[in-house]
Design a protein around this ligand. Structure first.
Ligand SMILES: [Zn+2]
Ligand SMILES: [Zn+2]
Length: 61
């Protein structure tokens, strides 16, 4: 035990908090400012909801 790594990690949209594993077209990317991982679900992408980096507060499209 204790061997589980990133593959089972769950990601939640930074904008709406949904589990992105059940939403297609979701994206995980690096914040352009602080390189933190930012998660955005497909629904928020379609709506054009802005994301906010939870670490540095960068807001972007
Ligand atoms: Zn979302
Ligand atoms: Zn950031």
């Amino acid at each position: 035990m204790g061997e589980e790594k990133e593959q089972n990690k769950e990601y939640f949209c930074n904008s709406c908090g949904r589990d992105i594993s059940v939403i297609k077209d979701s994206v995980i990317f690096k914040c352009s400012n602080c390189n933190n991982t930012v998660v955005r679900c497909g629904k928020c992408r379609i709506k054009g909801t802005e994301f906010t980096c939870p670490v540095c507060g960068l807001v972007g499209p």
